[in-house]
Every structure is written in structure tokens, then in C-alpha cells.
Design a protein around this ligand. Structure first.
Ligand SMILES: C[S@@+](CC[C@H](N)C(=O)[O-])C[C@H]1O[C@@H](n2cnc3c(N)ncnc32)[C@H](O)[C@@H]1O
Ligand code: SF4
Length: 385
């Protein structure tokens, strides 16, 4: 039987504290129902594994929220269930998102004993003033200590950074970036600060208490980040993601390449390729509802919707164009039975090629450096959004 690869995302919805810029599905709750939640994740794992028995699991990503708050025992039981329920790839990647407070960094050794072989650490910044602005619970010393502790366990470590904060100094940002690269991290995700509606930060901007950085300065930060990382041997394989060769995040790459994945835990989404269909799954978002409904039902899904060819085309193009390698035309042909050109504006595509924003090769469609800077506009034109 032909074996295909599948990825697994597991959401941990709780944090110690809500950061003012964050609109992720993360909630502050004293004594969350960890044991009940773990049992429901195990129930979802057992349910899902039956549907994907012809797949090999190549990656697991524990995201949040703050999954590093989970106890070692909980993590261990979840990973044991994964190994007993799924066919596992020999070089499976298992990532855990971690906040760099000292209590969480102390658990890294236990987490690696349970099977974690990649850490993604929310360093965000090396400036105390930025950490304060971002409402983070860790300080500079803790951030550096957490990175060191993780690197002692595995070279497969990502650091999340946020740039473009109000009043941020570009020279300091460049120095800090260099400092983190010198420590030896193999992967870096550098995000431009986004003011998301429904956040404290958004309210502060609306009230005029915080002034957003202007887009030109934001762009200077982006360009300087790309330049420094390139000079240091990091490949920008996605708009915000950079890695040393062979250290790309397998899990995220798989998702951006529009390949099947299971999403479990509160508010997770998945794309299951079953028979000839792609099924979009969503679980209940609020932890309390997720716990209630998943206890009553056979899984945590409140929606399992087969996607239309148009939706598949749009999703695949939106995800893949973020990647340096771009869209794999053969993959899109297979997914849409060679119909995808029917769902895009082909004239717009040709025009964008002439304008040197987009490049087409026999196998791929990808953005040029100029195109990367106007990704949203390109998607809007090609997909007529
Ligand atoms: C799921 S979140 C973080 C996980 C972990 N709890 C933490 O905070 O370190 C993943 C990353 O998205 C980035 N992020 C979240 N909200 C953002 C925003 N409004 N603007 C830019 N980056 C953001 C942060 O770098 C964050 O580490
Ligand atoms: S940024 Fe991370 S720690 Fe802060 S609230 Fe969001 S998920 Fe939680």
C-alpha cells in the first residue's frame, strides 16, 4: 500500500497570563482541568488514528497557549498514546512551544525524555523595555537561560521574535538578532507586530495611547532582518521563517505545502484527505465548551466540511505562495484533478508575471523578491478576493 505522510497539531489553550497583543486561542485559568483535557486529547487521538491508518505520522506540534505549562506526566501520556495509535516515521519531529520563564525551562530535560525533539521558544525580544511593552512574564536573563537549556538538549530550536514595536531602535534590534544567532539557534521566526482586533493593544492604539510604527519603518526592520539572517547562512524558506540548512520546521512546511494534518484540542483545525475529498475540521474553541462537548461526543469536532475545488485551490495557493519554493503545480493538479486554473484569474497571473512579481517554471509558481513584499495584493488579484 502506498503510504502518505500526515502531521498532527495539538492545542494547549491555557496561559499564565494574557499578553496584550495576543489573539490566539489562549485563556488564563487558575488550575485548569489538565487531567480531563488530557483524557479528551487521548480520546481524539484514538478516534482520528482509525481514519488515517494508511498514513505515516511525520510531525507533531504542541502549540498554544502555553503547552510548556503542561506537566511532564501529561505530556508523556499523550506522546505514549500517539506512539501506540499511529504509524510513526523514523525521523518524526515533535515540537513543543515554550515560554522562557525559568520554571518552564527547568522542565525541558523531562520534555525531551518524553519525546520532544524540537523547541519553539517565545523569546520575542532581548530588550527589557520591549518585553515590558509586550507584557511578557520573562526577563532577558531567563530568555537567554531558556535558549541555552533547550540547546543543551537539541540543536533543533526555534526562537520567536517580534519586531516593529513603537519606538523600537533598529540598531539595537540588529545587535540583538546577531547576539541570538551567535548563541547558535538553528531556526528563527521573526514576526512584525500586528495589532489584532479584540486585544488590549488594539484598545490602546484606538485610544491613542500607543502609536503604531509606520509601514516604511516596519519594512526597514523586515529588510534588515532578512539581510542579517542571509549573511549568517539562514535560508528564508517562508515569509517570516528562517533556518540553517536541514532545520526547517517539518511540521509547518508540511502545512504550508497543503498536505493533510489532524488538529485536536480546543479550537484546532485540520485538513483530512479522505477518499477523494479534503475535509476541513474544527474543534470547539472555548476550553469549557470543548471539554463539555468532547466528553459527550465521539470526537472534538463541531464541523467536518468537505471543501469545494475552488476552496482547495484558494487555500493551497494562499499557503504555498508564502513559501520560497512556491506552489507545486503537480500537487495542485492532483488535488483539483487539473482544474485549478478554472478558479483563478489567469489574466492577473500573466500580468503579475510581466510585472516581475511572480515567476512560473515548468514545475512551480513562486514570488520574486519584489512579489514577496506585496503577497496580500497578489493573492487578492489572483484569487479575486
Ligand atoms: C502561539 S504564539 C506563542 C506561544 C507562546 N505562548 C509564547 O507566547 O511564546 C506564537 C508566536 O506568534 C507571535 N505572535 C503572537 N501574536 C502576535 C502579534 N500580534 N504580532 C506579531 N507576532 C505575534 C509571537 O512571536 C509568538 O511567540
Ligand atoms: S503570546 Fe503566548 S503566552 Fe502570551 S497570551 Fe498568547 S499564547 Fe499566551
Amino acid at each position: 500500500m502506498h503510504q502518505k505522510n500526515i502531521a498532527l497539531y495539538i492545542h494547549w489553550p491555557w496561559c499564565k497570563h494574557k499578553c496584550p497583543y495576543c489573539d490566539f486561542n489562549s485563556h488564563v485559568q487558575n488550575n485548569p482541568e489538565e487531567e480531563t483535557y488530557k483524557n479528551l486529547l487521548i480520546k481524539e487521538l484514538k478516534y482520528n488514528s482509525k481514519n488515517v491508518s494508511n498514513y505515516i505520522l511525520t510531525s507533531v506540534f504542541f502549540g498554544g497557549g502555553t503547552p510548556s505549562l503542561m506537566s511532564e506526566k501529561t505530556l508523556n501520556q499523550i506522546i505514549e498514546t500517539i506512539f501506540s495509535e499511529f504509524q510513526i516515521s523514523e525521523d518524526i519531529e515533535i515540537t513543543l512551544e515554550a515560554n522562557p520563564t525559568s520554571s518552564e525551562a527547568e522542565k525541558f530535560a523531562h520534555f525531551t525524555r518524553s519525546g520532544i525533539n524540537r523547541f519553539s521558544i517565545g523569546v520575542q525580544s532581548l530588550e527589557s523595555a520591549d518585553l515590558k511593552f509586550l507584557g511578557r512574564e520573562h526577563n532577558l536573563k531567563e530568555a537567554l537561560n531558556a535558549v541555552e537549556m533547550a540547546l543543551k538538549k537539541t540543536p533543533n530550536v526555534n526562537l520567536d521574535l517580534i519586531y516593529g514595536l513603537p519606538g523600537q531602535n533598529i540598531n539595537k534590534w540588529e545587535q540583538n538578532l546577531q547576539h541570538l544567532l551567535d548563541i547558535g539557534t538553528t531556526h528563527l521566526s521573526a514576526y512584525q507586530l500586528t495589532v489584532e482586533p479584540n486585544t488590549q493593544l488594539y484598545k490602546s492604539v484606538i485610544k491613542g495611547n500607543v502609536e503604531e510604527l509606520n509601514p516604511d519603518i516596519q519594512f526597514d526592520f523586515y529588510q534588515s532582518t532578512c539581510q542579517i539572517l542571509e549573511n549568517n547562512g539562514y535560508n528564508q524558506y517562508e515569509v517570516s521563517n528562517f533556518s540553517k540548512p536541514q532545520y526547517e520546521c517539518k511540521h509547518n512546511l508540511h502545512i504550508w505545502q497543503y498536505k493533510p494534518y489532524i488538529g485536536i484540542g480546543a479550537g484546532a483545525h485540520g485538513r483530512l484527505f479522505i477518499d477523494d475529498k479534503i475535509i476541513a475540521t474544527n474543534t470547539y474553541k472555548m476550553p469549557k465548551t470543548y471539554i463539555e462537548k468532547t466528553s459527550e461526543n465521539r470526537n472534538g469536532y463541531f464541523r467536518e466540511k468537505p471543501l469545494s475545488m475552488k476552496e482547495i485551490t484558494e487555500e493551497c495557493i494562499m499557503m504555498s505562495l508564502r513559501l520560497k519554493e512556491g506552489i507545486d503545480k503537480e500537487h495542485l493538479d492532483t488535488l483539483t484533478k487539473r482544474n485549478w486554473r478554472k478558479y483563478i484569474n489567469n489574466k492577473a497571473l500573466e500580468r503579475l508575471k510581466l510585472l516581475n512579481f511572480v515567476k512560473e517554471t515548468p514545475k512551480r509558481i513562486l514570488l520574486t523578491t519584489e512579489g514577496q513584499q506585496v503577497l496580500d495584493g497578489i493573492l487578492a488579484e489572483i484569487l479575486e478576493l
